[in-house]
Design a protein around this ligand. Structure first.
Ligand code: BG6
Length: 493
């Protein structure tokens, strides 16, 4: 791949933890043919110091590596004021020189790894100060959050679109870089045993959990304006819903896949006003014990209001009102300071019409297909089979496929895949504006209600699986959350 990559926010955490190591992995695999990187950030720094920081971040993430000096020698640093046109003019001059030296064919990727308030202004400057005026391709990679609600997202989009066309905008949702999230489509559409059953005749409900053990850490200021709804649900959780619910695309092209996902967003049942609290539950963590250590309540975290009304947990029932999914609830939940770090999807199939076999003590288990997204990667199919011995008792058996151990060492990290996709010009695993807009429209209706009423927080202890109301959400439909830790691949042998 031939590109000049400009990383805005090159001294930040994301660049160091994810972007530099991912670029190194691409380099190591021979996927960066001609490349150079300009790190852009406010503070002044020499190229040498910047290159050293790049090497340090690769060492920290990947350990000792070959050819690190050669890799880092393609990195340059430019101190930059995002609001000042003369800064952009200097950056453009440097970009032209580097482009010529490395023969980068005028291809430019602008990666905005910055605070979101700068996204719009930077995009406008890139255009007005001539940086987007190139003979090769120009692409904008933009981190979340893409706006704060539908209105602000529209405004941001308008600013970006003055400089880049929709095809040139790569909105990152890092869940779409995860191996098993990408696998959802293959599991669904490449298996004759699943797709015919993938509908409201055979599936009773689908559960998606993304639980975290970490608290808000030092991100209190951002999180207070976001909460779990905007931070996780509007993007990552809704993307997983779309991949699980979409119709098979007619071809595996970016446009076809995205348009099927958009159709899911268009079929979401919008819940408004009083209905919101029937379909969604919010929570905020109180103090509690995590790995034998006591941890503070959210309201006692740094830069968090002592009376904060911000939710650190959300669970919801999402209904997709189309022919395939009518009547099938998609239950989603995500939260901080929960009992386990785990992202899993459980597809629960309907009971068979007549139960001939009983397990020793309980009724037959429903068939489950569990997709393990993280920390372990794989799938488990829960079946019933005859218990060894004399009687015709059934027992649950689990067929597991774990990615780990087979090719874990070679599985590229999410950001590596996303960067590579962007260089190849493949926007399939980035969010299209329509997806962003529909999911904001959906989420805005929930936040309107929640922001207008004070919640009784905290309502779950750190180290638990969330508030009691999240259990009741399923109980009233006759279901329960499958416990995520019991479903681990390790427990499924
Ligand atoms: C980010 C959120 O998008 O996703 C964080 O801003 C969250 O609050 C993170 O911790 C979770 O990502 P992962 O990959 O660890 O599940």
């Amino acid at each position: 791949m031939t590109s000049l990559i400009m990383i805005f926010g090159a001294t930040g955490d994301l660049a160091h933890r994810k972007l530099f190591p991912s670029l190194y992995r691409l380099f190591e695999r021979g996927r960066l043919n001609k490349y150079a990187v300009i790190g852009v950030a406010r503070r002044s720094m020499s190229n040498d110091d910047f290159q050293q920081s790049v090497k340090d971040s690769v060492l920290a993430a990947l350990g000792n590596k070959d050819n690190l000096d050669e890799f880092a020698s393609h990195f340059y640093y430019q101190s930059h004021d995002v609001a000042d046109s003369s800064s952009y003019a200097e950056l453009n001059k440097l970009a032209h020189e580097i482009d010529e030296n490395y023969q980068l064919e005028g291809n430019r990727i602008f990666y905005l790894a910055m605070a979101p308030e700068f996204f719009g202004p930077i995009a406008l400057h890139l255009k007005s100060d001539g940086l987007t005026n190139v003979k090769g391709y120009k692409r904008l990679v933009i981190e979340k959050p893409f706006g704060h609600d539908l209105e602000s997202a529209k405004e941001l989009n308008k600013q970006i679109r003055t400089a880049f066309s929709e095809e040139e905008v790569y909105r990152i949702d890092h869940y779409l870089g995860k191996e098993m999230v990408r696998n959802i489509e293959v599991i669904r559409f490449a298996n004759a045993i699943f797709e015919p059953l993938w509908n409201n005749r055979y599936i009773s409900n689908i559960q998606i959990t993304s639980s975290e053990t970490l608290g808000v850490e030092e991100r209190g200021r951002y999180y207070e304006t976001s909460g779990a709804l905007r931070d996780m649900l509007q993007n990552h959780m809704m993307q997983m819903v779309a991949l699980l619910a979409m119709e098979p695309p007619i071809k595996l092209t970016t446009d076809e896949i995205r348009s099927e996902k958009v159709r899911v967003f268009r079929s979401l049942r919008t819940v408004v006003g009083d209905e919101v609290n029937d379909y969604f539950v919010r929570g905020q963590y109180g103090e509690g014990m995590m790995a034998d250590k006591s941890v503070p309540a959210y309201r006692d975290e740094q830069m968090v209001d002592k009376e904060s009304n911000t939710e650190t947990f959300v669970a919801g029932k999402v209904m997709i009102d189309n022919f395939r999914w009518a009547g099938v609830p998609f239950y989603i939940r995500t939260g901080k300071r929960m009992a386990a770090k785990s992202t899993k999807i459980v597809v629960q199939f309907k009971d068979i019409p007549m139960n001939l076999y009983y397990q020793t003590e309980k009724m037959l288990n429903p068939n489950l297909l569990v997709i393990h997204i993280q920390p372990e990667e794989g799938i488990t199919l829960h079946l019933n089979a005859k218990k060894a011995g004399g009687h015709l008792d059934a027992q649950e058996v689990k067929l597991s496929f774990a990615n780990t151990g087979i090719n874990a060492m070679n599985t590229p990290e999410g950001y590596e895949k996303l960067l590579y996709d962007c260089m190849r010009g493949d926007a399939t695993n980035f969010t299209h504006w329509d997806e962003v807009a529909y999911s904001w429209a959906f989420v805005d209706k929930i936040s309107e209600v929640w922001e207008g009423t004070k919640a009784e927080f905290p309502n779950y202890a750190s180290g638990s699986m969330g508030p009691q109301a999240a259990e009741e959400l399923l109980e009233k439909d006759g279901f329960f959350w499958w416990p995520v830790t019991d479903l681990d691949v390790d427990n499924c042998k």
